[in-house]
Design a protein. Structure first.
Ligand code: ADP
Ligand code: MG
Length: 264
């Protein structure tokens, strides 16, 4: 066994050398351990090894990761106008170093529609991509669909393991649609699987007190919020919608931000 491994390493050294791809050699061993521990498929392992080489080789690796992230539109911190949101400027600036990703800390952006939650979540994703982290963006509803599909096909554990390889997962619009009980449980598993391991950025138009209604269960919601907030930066955006600026409309009919906890 040991001899075979040594032979394989020799062969890899030769192959990586002829491809002029030294990172393949370095990544192959390191990622093999990770792959065995997390039960990646052969394809996932190969993709991960090649990705290391490609992103190291390609100065535009960040651009590839930004494209792969699935942002609805690419937005940056530099594009953000702080006039209406000066209260959170410092807080957001402290996240811009990306240190939260290395500590597997979460970020929760709360606030009414149009206050820049998706913008800032995307901007944090762009920072992560520049730091070499893989990022995936989707709405809460899309995440639940993805997890339900995996669950139905009996590969939920593999899907969660695969997602742990992303340094950042963004869950936009928690609370726009309430979850079914099964969906809430799947979402809980996503949160648990990343807890103290890799970062989540979540956005919601509801305060935490309204999440019980979204997840259809106060106990599940409380357990989830507990894990999310344990190591998290909670940023509360305020004010009128940026989309409606200068249109003579001061506020939307119902922003649902002042919803009260039914258990209160
Ligand atoms: P939310 O997700 O809170 O509903 P978005 O982030 O989608 O709001 O913002 C709505 C639109 O307004 C987007 O095009 C976004 O880029 C822009 N926007 C919101 N707030 C700001 C801001 N402070 N500076 C620049 N653009 C903003
Ligand atoms: Mg949004």
């Amino acid at each position: 066994m040991a001899t075979t491994q040594t032979e394989t390493v020799k062969q890899l050294t030769y192959l990586a050398g002829s491809l002029k791809a030294p990172r393949i050699l370095e990544a192959a061993g390191r990622l093999a351990e990770q792959a065995r521990a997390a039960g990646w498929s052969f394809e996932d392992y190969l993709a991960a090894v090649l990705e290391r080489e490609v992103s190291a080789r390609n100065a535009s690796g960040a651009r590839l990761r930004i494209r792969a992230a699935g942002f609805p539109a690419v937005k940056t911190i530099e594009d953000f106008d702080w006039d209406q949101q000066s209260a959170v400027r410092q807080q957001v600036a402290s996240l811009a170093s990306g240190a939260f990703l290395l500590e597997a800390r979460n970020v929760v952006l709360l606030g009414p529609p149009g206050t820049g939650k998706t913008h800032l979540a995307t901007a944090l994703g762009v920072i992560a991509a520049h730091q070499g982290q893989r990022v995936l963006f989707a709405t809460a509803t899309e995440w639940v669909t993805r997890l339900s599909d995996a669950h139905r096909q009996g590969r939920l554990p593999q899907e969660l393991a695969r997602l742990r390889r992303y340094g950042l997962i963004i869950v936009d619009e928690v609370g726009y649609l309430p979850f079914e009980q099964d969906s809430a449980n799947l979402f809980f598993q996503l949160v648990s699987s990343r807890y103290e391991h890799a970062s989540l950025v979540l956005t919601s138009n509801l305060p935490f007190s309204g999440w019980g209604t979204v997840f259809g269960d106060q106990v599940v919601a409380a357990a989830m919020i507990d894990r999310i907030v344990h190591h998290a930066e909670v940023i509360t955006l305020k004010g009128a919608s940026y989309r409606l600026r200068g249109r003579g409309i001061d506020s939307l009919p119902s922003t649902r931000t002042d919803i009260t906890d039914p258990a209160d």
